[in-house]
Design a protein around this ligand. Sequence first.
Ligand SMILES: NC(=O)c1ccc[n+]([C@@H]2O[C@H](COP(=O)([O-])OP(=O)(O)OC[C@H]3O[C@@H](n4cnc5c(N)ncnc54)[C@H](O)[C@@H]3O)[C@@H](O)[C@H]2O)c1
Length: 313
Amino acid sequence: MSRVLVTGGCGFIGSHIVDTLLKNQYQVAVFDNLSTGSIQNINKDKAEFFFGDILSKDLETAVALFKPEYIIHEAAQTSVNRSINNIHFDAELNIMGTINIINICIKYSIKKVIFASSAAVYGNSKQIPVPVNSAILPNSPYGLSKYTAEEYLKLAKDLYGIDYTILRYSNVYGPRQNALGEGGVISIFLNNLISNLRQKIYGDGNQTRDFIFVKDVSYANLKALEVDECGVFNISTSTSTSINQLFNIINGLSSHIFPPIYEPARDGDIRESQLCNKESMKCLNWKPLYSLEEGLELTYRYLCEQNNSLKVF
Ligand SMILES: NC(=O)c1ccc[n+]([C@@H]2O[C@H](COP(=O)([O-])OP(=O)(O)OC[C@H]3O[C@@H](n4cnc5c(N)ncnc54)[C@H](O)[C@@H]3O)[C@@H](O)[C@H]2O)c1
């Protein structure tokens, strides 16, 4: 079976991709510097692990040893806020990191790169749901760095013949999510619920998000390995939920109901986010399988188990 290197494979999304690939008989290696990921997230008996930074020579060492045919590139700086406060760090990791991946692909004749991009590339789009060919108007350095990396990958196809699939994820949630990363609102709300803490809502709470369960995202990555064509796809549910609605659904899971604390809106936050997934369903032969309620139930159960508190959902 094919050999796949997953950068950032110890992280939230990357580790689920690793699980899905292993289940489908791929040979998998993970390259990660464990800055936000955890070694506990992967099955070390089945996936090879290389410790290192995508900005360092360790990346080449791992590729030379493992000899992957494909690279799934998840390692990144993922926080919108951090990108605003440290543009340089964001650009270095997300742009130079991807350029390093491209250089490795040229040198080691990698067949294809699958790249984790983001809804953040669209910024505040006027079209809802946002089609994949919508205007690119990022309103954060993170959105811009993700888009710049996409453009380098497209150029690498033209100049060096390296295939790519770019997957623009909407807000991903599920087990193993670190409450600090992009799209962490569900993880934060569920953790607060379990700890009986009041929820904070930034802005008026009417901002919307397109929440997609992490297993649907990992499955999209599997599908992207299977199709030959290069392309850019939204990986989303094509539905939207406001933060106030989410608050009410999540509060319904518990008998302790505290009103939320409303804080000022944060810079770089998108007002409405709902990505059209028509093209992905057609070209990748993929569709999201989990409803928000199902995904929340699975995530809540996971967190309860982690907290050793056997709560009935
Ligand atoms: N979580 C979301 O909702 C979301 C939405 C859109 C796009 N994305 C993208 O999906 C990808 C995965 O995000 P995630 O939520 O799983 O984040 P995460 O922080 O859980 O995972 C990132 C992984 O990359 C590793 N990493 C970071 N910097 C590295 C470096 N310099 N060298 C090697 N490894 C490094 C971390 O240790 C971690 O294991 C990212 O590219 C992110 O931008 C995430």
